[in-house]
Unconditional design. Structure first.
Length: 253
């Protein structure tokens, strides 16, 4: 995507970045991704240049994100906002009834084991059933996850994504956590910029649009985002270009 298709850079941005499909290309399995040293350096430099106004907004757990990006320890919203580490390092977790989710996880684990190519990802506070390795089971996966959502009741919701369905407690999403960050230092007073590629990122795009920020859709597909960029490689180049322009200016202040 040409640079003209992206917003004019500004030094007052607060960055919110999805990981899979945005900073990293989507892999066959969540545990198959690799974070290289160049990306760690880029994010570390961005955090410094923005005065800490950089957060990763992911469907992964906070612990998983920390493992991927170590030794970096950034503000992170994990499991679509069910858990969130703020810029001070404090962890906020959404309270919900755990036992029903544990029972459903066991049932879904048995279902995945009986269907070759499916992958159950139990994140503790949410459960994802991936069918990227067996797309022929899409309808069966959707039916199984919908039945599990009905069994869990009103406090939980079913969420679709790229080759995945996920069960999670209701009332939390990527838009909610972006709004929470924007009410806290060092994000408050800045312009929110959120880049994401999946259906779950649409919640974030809606909030960022309402706050007058820049929503950036990575890749093809219908979206509420106001801007477009091709892929993870282009995202990283775009972030590096912003950094080259504003890092020196930030250091003077």
């Amino acid at each position: 995507m040409a640079a003209a298709k992206l917003p004019e850079p500004s030094g007052d941005w607060a960055f919110f970045l999805d990981i899979d499909g945005t900073l990293l290309e989507v892999a066959e399995r969540p545990d198959a991704v690799h974070v290289d040293a160049a990306l760690r350096r880029l994010l570390g430099a961005l955090e410094e240049a923005t005065g800490g106004a950089l957060a990763l907004i992911s469907g992964r757990s906070v612990a998983d994100v920390d493992g991927l990006f170590a030794p970096l320890l950034l503000p992170v919203a994990g499991q679509h906002g069910i858990e969130r580490r703020d810029a001070r390092g404090e962890i906020h977790r959404h309270a919900f009834p755990v036992e029903p989710l544990r029972r459903v996880a066991a049932q879904l684990g048995a279902f995945a084991a009986a269907h070759r190519g499916l992958l159950l990802e139990d994140k503790g506070h949410s459960i994802a059933l991936h069918y990227r390795g067996a797309p022929q089971f899409e309808a069966a996966v959707k039916e199984q996850m919908a039945a599990a959502a009905r069994a869990l009741g009103e406090g939980f919701e079913l969420q679709g994504g790229k080759m995945v369905f996920e069960l999670k407690p209701g009332g939390r999403d990527k838009g909610v956590v972006i709004e929470e960050y924007m009410a806290e230092a060092p994000f408050v007073g800045r312009k929110p910029v959120f880049a994401g590629d999946d259906l779950t990122d649409e919640y974030g795009f809606g909030v960022v649009n309402r706050l007058g920020g820049h929503s950036v859709k990575v890749g093809p597909g219908r979206s509420a985002a106001r801007w477009r960029i091709d892929d993870a490689r282009a995202v990283r180049a775009w972030l590096a270009a912003w950094l080259a322009r504003f890092a020196q200016q930030a250091q003077k202040h």
